[in-house]
Design a protein around this ligand. Structure first.
Ligand code: ADP
Ligand code: MG
Length: 263
């Protein structure tokens, strides 16, 4: 796990991210006026969003708020229409996704991506094989399976796993890339209470023990409260509120935008 050393990178000039954050040197991710248009529709609208090293942040907001789009801009699936993304004080706006992964960003997408016909071990090997080989690869695959809480299930076909275990496997696979920032898009959608608790435990453990910063998209504020301190609310493509989870839960304007979503 690399540590954040603002003087350690080759970029000796003060970056826009550093200028934007003043003396604060523990900012890991910073978006600056980040916008994404799909045709004439603006999905994220000049978003300024930042995450500190080692932080566990939840991102909530009604359907269509732009949550998935924001994380896909950060990992590089989408190129922004305007704005910039800084990571560890460096501009990564134009960096290819796999190079962002090498810099320490990893993502679990909203759409499940485990292969049912492959075993747990074969699935776990997929993201890692590009970045490590030999003994290092074997160690990372074992770490991925342990991080997923699936030790003992190595040779089981992923299709046999419960939906919750498949989500755990995906989180383990994303964590095995040894990121400093892990983006999880709706990791507990459709899971029962026990499965949600298992995922919450995985996330908190990775955050505390591996010092991985998280951005977790999730609607359920009880789940959010069980893992995070700080919450960002996205609405109509922009940051609507940001603050401690209990404050956000009690905010009548936040309740109002969710009610609007249900009609
Ligand atoms: P959320 O994850 O908050 O539910 P999304 O980021 O998926 O929202 O989507 C935000 C808005 O952008 C939605 O109105 C969605 O229909 C639109 N959108 C997302 N991706 C695309 C795309 N690839 N093409 C066109 N419109 C899109
Ligand atoms: Mg989404």
């Amino acid at each position: 796990m690399s540590t954040i050393d603002p003087t350690g990178h080759p970029n000796v000039h003060q970056t826009a991210a550093e200028l934007a954050t003043g003396d604060k040197t523990d900012t890991l991710l910073q978006t600056d006026g980040l916008r994404k248009d799909f045709g004439g529709f603006t999905a994220t609208d000049e978003v300024d969003f930042s995450v500190d090293a080692g932080e566990l942040r939840c991102l909530i907001g009604p359907n269509g708020a732009g949550k998935s789009t924001l994380l896909k801009l950060v990992i590089g699936t989408y190129a922004p229409s305007a704005g910039s993304i800084y990571y560890n004080g460096r501009d990564i706006t134009d960096l290819a996704p796999h190079r962002r992964v090498r810099r320490g960003i990893s993502m679990k997408f909203q759409v499940p991506s485990v292969y049912g016909e492959l075993t747990v071990r074969e699935n776990a090997r997929l993201p890692i094989q590009r970045f490590a080989d030999g003994e290092e690869r074997r160690r990372r695959v074992d770490d991925a399976i342990a991080a997923a809480g699936l030790t003992g299930y190595e040779d089981v076909a992923a299709s046999v796993l419960s939906h919750g275990q498949q989500q755990q496997l995906e989180i383990g696979m994303a964590a095995a890339l040894e990121p400093d920032l892990l983006l999880l898009d709706e990791p507990v959608a459709g899971l029962d209470v026990a499965e949600r608790e298992a995922i919450a435990e995985r996330i908190v453990r990775l955050n505390e023990e591996e010092d991985i910063a998280f951005v977790v998209i999730e609607h359920d504020t009880d789940f959010v409260a069980s893992i995070a301190d700080e919450v960002t609310v996205l609405h109509n493509g922009d940051v609507f509120r940001e603050g401690p989870v209990e404050e956000i839960k009690a905010d009548p304007d936040v309740q109002r935008i969710y009610l609007g979503d249900e009609q």
